[in-house]
Design a protein around this ligand. Structure first.
Ligand SMILES: C[S@@+](CC[C@H](N)C(=O)[O-])C[C@H]1O[C@@H](n2cnc3c(N)ncnc32)[C@H](O)[C@@H]1O
Length: 285
């Protein structure tokens, strides 16, 4: 006899509660909402939004994008703020599965791309385990929007032969400060771009470790806050100047270190304002 799966068990429960008539199982679509500008949403993402019964979204998705969904679609905000998770990841996984098992067309809408520092893999795995159909719609990740907006290419002939996306999130505390566990020697090599997601609060250890590992302290560094949004802000500095430049940022921001970042246009075109250039600091400062 076949082993009961979560789906068949759930079907039995629904059947019992509903007098024997189970709704067909729904499905989950993990959708990348892009960096914020609704014009950067893919057509596939828009189509998914327009058929969804329920949208489970995080805090980086702006209202203009949520408003593209059917007005009848239920919205569930599972927003995560740093160290204040409103819903733990396991609960989000279970929620997606439960909604689909209830026969709903579920869109899990996430900022940027679901598979880039978005925990989309965990949600996909939970659906697979439960026997729920799950597909993924890619989104424009923040680094692509930040680089395009600033006119600073992530790779550039002669000055950026590679690009690496890393997380600045510090899982553990090392000595006096929390710092990310990264391969500093490899990231310190010249002529490559390092893009740090979630790195604002760890800008100081990141800058120090890269310089200690041999990256030139004068390497151009660009911070882009709220990329692609109306309140986008860019600060061009150096690797040594990153900690000072990152102070006081409140929106989502990327730290982008690399020779090609020198090409960044720090004019904000919509406002016609010059973004203040932060003075470079020597490594000891
Ligand atoms: C949990 S990660 C999600 C990344 C997302 N999946 C992506 O592909 O862009 C959140 C981090 O992404 C970066 N981020 C997201 N949206 C951004 C934006 N519009 N501008 C700058 N950085 C952004 C920030 O570093 C933020 O701390």
């Amino acid at each position: 006899m076949a082993r009961p799966t979560v789906r068949s068990a759930h079907r039995s429960l629904v059947a019992l509660a509903g007098g024997g008539k189970a709704r067909p199982v729904g499905r989950v679509t993990l959708v990348g909402a892009g960096p914020g500008d609704p014009d950067l949403l893919t057509i596939k993402a828009l189509k998914a939004l327009q058929v969804a019964d329920v949208i489970v979204h995080d805090g980086l998705v702006p209202a203009e994008i949520l408003d593209l969904a059917r007005s009848s679609a239920r919205r569930i905000d599972v927003a995560k703020r740093k160290s204040r998770h409103t819903l733990p990841q396991d609960d989000i996984n279970q929620l997606l599965v439960a909604l689909a098992l209830d026969g709903l067309e579920v869109v899990r809408l996430k900022g940027g791309d679901p598979f880039l520092f978005g925990r989309g893999g965990e949600e996909l795995a939970a659906c697979r385990t439960a026997g729920v159909d799950c597909t993924v719609v890619p989104g424009v990740t923040a680094a692509l929007a930040a680089s395009a907006g600033a006119g600073a290419p992530l790779t550039h002939r002669g000055s950026a032969q590679a690009v690496t996306f890393v997380t600045g999130h510090a899982a553990a505390k090392a000595g006096d400060w929390a710092e990310p566990d990264l391969d500093w020697a490899s990231l310190a090599r010249a002529n490559q771009t390092v893009v740090v997601y979630m790195g604002v609060s760890t800008a100081a250890p990141i800058s120090l470790r890269l310089i200690e590992a041999g990256r030139d302290a004068a390497t151009p560094a660009l911070i882009v806050e709220n990329a692609s949004r109306r309140d986008e802000r860019r600060i061009l500095t150096t690797l040594a100047g990153l900690p000072a430049a990152a102070q006081g940022l409140t929106g989502p921001a990327l730290l982008m270190v690399g020779e090609a970042m020198a090409m960044a246009n720090v004019q904000v075109p919509d406002l016609g304002l010059e973004v203040p250039r932060v003075q470079s600091m020597s490594p000891g400062q």
